[in-house]
Design a protein around this ligand. Sequence first.
Ligand code: SAM
Length: 213
Amino acid sequence: MDPFIARQHMVDTQIKARGINNPRILKAFLEVPRHLFVDEHLKYRAYDDNPLTIGYGQTISQPYIVALMTEALDPKPEHKILELGSGSGYQAAILSRLCRDVYSIERITGLASKARNVLDELSYFNVHITVGDGTRGYEKESPYDGIIVTAGAPYVPEKLIEQLKVGGRLVIPVGDRDIQDLKLITKKEKGTFEKSMGGCRFVKLIGKQGWEE
Ligand code: SAM
């Protein structure tokens, strides 16, 4: 199938059909060629309604989950966003269409360089990838308007709350190794407000304020 038609079908049947209607977000999903973010032998499945392996025991998330987390983050054109877990680079690519800058941290060097190559090929130069442990945040560019964590955490790393602006949003799956609760946390003048968005299943967030390897 022609990739654009596959994307249109993905947006209609997986994203819009499940209640995500924000026109800017839908436009980003139509625009970003998801098939470039998966390995050659999986390209024919790139627009399927499920996650796919990207090597190193990691995954590119299901399109609907990427859309749901993006909607929860509520990115605006002037925003600076931090992502933990660049993986394939797809979530960062979607965000790059919706905000000013995306700082994305990935612990696996091989994935970070693969993601960088695809993003360069697409000229998505407002995505800045760094190799390291994202559970420490990325202080250099803080504070952020929003932070998105695309791996399952045992608890909310305190550095992430510290590096968020007041009014900023943190989207993070928190739970045990098998199943997590997707949380939307908003930073207030004093403390935070937390909302549960339902169950999800992510690979582990490994690091100082995450799971042990
Ligand atoms: N956002 C990715 C995408 O669009 O393809 C999917 C991310 S995948 C589900 C989770 C990623 O988090 C993996 O690539 C994994 O190596 C990375 N990861 C796990 N712990 C991390 C940490 N402490 N810091 C940075 N990356 C981490």
